[in-house]
Design a protein around this ligand. Structure first.
Ligand SMILES: Nc1ncnc2c1ncn2[C@@H]1O[C@H](COP(=O)(O)OP(=O)(O)OP(=O)(O)O)[C@@H](O)[C@H]1O
Ligand SMILES: O=C(O)[C@H](O)COP(=O)(O)O
Length: 403
C-alpha cells in the first residue's frame, strides 16, 4: 500500500487531491457531539494543504436513502473542519453536480473543500457494479489523485471507497496507515486472555462478526442492542427491545458452538429497561428500572446492561491481556442508560490489558462520558471496519489501495 508520504515526497502543489474521509460524526440536530473523526483526518488534510494541494474532502454521514436529506448534511462537519484547520473551508451543496464542480474549480492551491454527503447519490452504495462505476467516474472527474483515509468505512464496497481509487493514482492517508498498524498487531500476536466486548445498535452487521470471533477470542461479552437477540434465542421475553429476528437461529448456533469449544460467550444477567426510547436531546428523566434478564416486562425495552452485568463484565475484563471493545453497552447518550458503557470503559482502564476501543459512537462515548482517551491503548475510528479487520477479512477499501 503506497502511503501519503510517497505522494508528499513528489510535487503536489496545484493537484486536486480527493480525500475519502469518514466524517460520520454523532450529531444532535446540527450540533456535533463528538468531533473525533474530524480530528482524526486532520493530519492528512493539513499535510496536503500545506504542500499546496487543492484538497477535496468527501464522506458519508448516517444512512440517507440515496437522495438529498438535510438531516444528514455534512455542512456542520465542514464548518468544524474549517475551525480545526484555522482556515476557510468551502462547502459544495452537492457531490458531483454544479456546486461540486464550481467549488473544486474555484479552489486555490492549499485550499480545502468538503463535498455534500456521498450517500445522497444512489450510486455510492449501490450493489450494482455498473451503477457504482458510473458514480465513481463522475467523482474521478473532480480530482487528479485519491487518498483513502476514511478508515471507518473501509469495510464498505462503496463507489468512493472501492471503485474510485481504481480510477486515480491512489495512496493511504495517515489515519488508515496508523489504524492498520495497530490492528495488525492484534491479528498477528494477540496476548491472551483476549476479551472482546460487543454492543451498539448495528446488530445485523455485528452479529455476523461473532461467527469469526468464536475462533479467536477467549471471552466475548455481549451488550448493547445485540444482547436482546441472544436473550430471545435463550427463550426469554425481551419486550420491545431491539431484535434481529432472522438471526435467531445463527445466534442459537453461536451459543452452542461457544459451549462446545470452551469460548466464554457471556450474556447480560440483568438490564435497565424503560417503556419508551428516551429523548436524547432533552434528556428528561425516564421511568427506567433494572430487571433480571429473564424478567423483562412485555411492554418495556432494554436500553442498558444492569448493575449485576456491569460487575460481571468488569470481572471478565480484569485479568485480560488484550481487550477489544466495540459498541456502547447501552444508550449512553441519555444518563439513565450510560452506566453500562461507563462501567466497561472503567474496567478497561483498571485492567493491565492492551485496550482497543473501536467505533464512531464507542470512541465518542469514551470522550463524552469524561474518560481520558489517551489512557486507552488505541481508539479506532472504525467500529464495523475494525471488527472486520480483526476477523481477517479482505476489506474493499484497503484492497483498493493496495496495488
Ligand atoms: N440496547 C440498545 N438499544 C438501542 N440502541 C442501543 C442500545 N445499546 C446501545 N445502543 C446505541 O448504539 C449506538 C452505537 O451503535 P453502533 O453500532 O453504531 O456503534 P459504533 O461504536 O458507532 O460502531 P460503528 O463505528 O460500526 O458505527 C449508540 O447510539 C447507542 O445509543
Ligand atoms: O460509523 C461507521 O461505522 C462508519 O462511518 C460506517 O458507517 P455505515 O455503517 O453506515 O456504513
Amino acid at each position: 500500500m503506497k502511503t501519503i508520504d510517497e505522494l508528499l515526497a513528489g510535487p503536489v502543489a496545484g493537484k486536486r487531491v480527493f480525500v475519502r474521509a469518514d466524517l460520520n460524526v454523532p450529531l444532535s440536530g446540527t450540533t456535533i457531539t463528538d468531533d473525533g473523526r474530524i480530528r482524526a483526518v486532520l493530519p492528512t488534510v493539513k499535510a496536503l494543504a500545506d504542500a499546496g494541494a487543492r484538497v477535496v474532502v468527501a464522506s458519508h454521514l448516517g444512512r440517507p436513502k440515496g437522495a438529498p436529506d438535510p438531516v444528514f448534511s455534512l455542512a456542520p462537519a465542514a464548518a468544524r473542519l474549517g475551525e480545526l484547520l484555522g482556515a476557510d473551508v468551502a462547502f459544495a451543496t452537492d457531490t458531483v453536480g454544479e456546486s461540486a464542480e464550481a467549488t473544486v474549480t474555484g479552489l486555490a492551491d492549499g485550499q480545502v473543500a468538503v463535498l455534500e454527503n456521498l450517500r445522497f447519490n444512489a450510486g455510492e452504495t449501490s450493489k450494482d457494479d455498473a451503477e457504482r462505476a458510473a458514480f465513481a467516474d463522475r467523482l474521478a472527474g473532480l480530482a487528479d489523485v485519491y487518498v483513502g483515509d476514511g478508515f471507518g468505512a473501509v469495510h464498505r464496497k462503496h463507489a468512493s471507497v472501492f471503485d474510485l481509487p481504481a480510477r486515480l493514482p491512489h495512496y493511504a492517508g495517515h489515519l488508515i496507515a496508523t489504524e492498520v498498524g495497530v490492528l495488525k498487531k492484534l491479528t498477528e500476536d494477540v496476548k491472551r486472555p483476549y476479551v472482546v466486548a460487543l454492543g451498539g445498535a448495528k446488530v445485523s452487521d455485528k452479529l455476523a462478526v461473532i461467527d469469526q470471533l468464536l475462533g479467536k477470542a477467549d471471552r466475548i461479552l455481549i451488550g448493547g442492542g445485540m444482547a436482546y437477540t441472544f436473550l430471545k434465542a435463550q427463550g426469554y421475553e425481551i419486550g420491545s427491545s431491539l431484535l434481529q429476528e432472522d438471526q435467531l437461529p445463527a445466534v442459537a448456533e453461536y451459543l452452542e458452538r461457544a459451549e462446545k469449544t470452551g469460548v466464554e460467550l457471556v450474556l447480560p444477567v440483568d438490564a435497565v429497561v424503560s417503556s419508551a426510547f428516551p429523548d436524547l436531546k432533552a434528556k428528561a428523566p425516564t421511568d427506567s428500572t433494572s430487571v433480571a434478564a429473564d424478567a423483562i416486562p412485555a411492554d418495556q425495552m432494554g436500553l442498558d446492561i444492569g448493575p449485576e452485568t456491569r460487575k460481571l463484565y468488569a470481572s471478565k475484563i480484569a485479568d485480560a491481556a488484550t481487550v477489544f471493545w466495540n459498541g456502547p453497552m447501552g444508550v449512553f447518550e441519555h444518563p439513565d442508560f450510560a452506566e453500562g458503557t461507563k462501567a466497561v470503559a472503567q474496567a478497561l482502564l483498571d485492567s493491565e490489558a492492551f485496550t482497543v476501543v473501536g467505533g464512531g459512537d464507542s470512541a465518542a462515548a469514551v470522550r463524552i462520558l469524561g474518560f481520558d482517551e489517551n489512557a486507552f491503548g488505541h481508539i479506532s475510528t472504525g467500529g464495523g471496519a475494525s471488527l472486520e479487520y480483526l476477523e481477517g477479512k479482505t476489506l474493499p477499501g484497503l484492497a483498493a489501495l493496495e496495488d
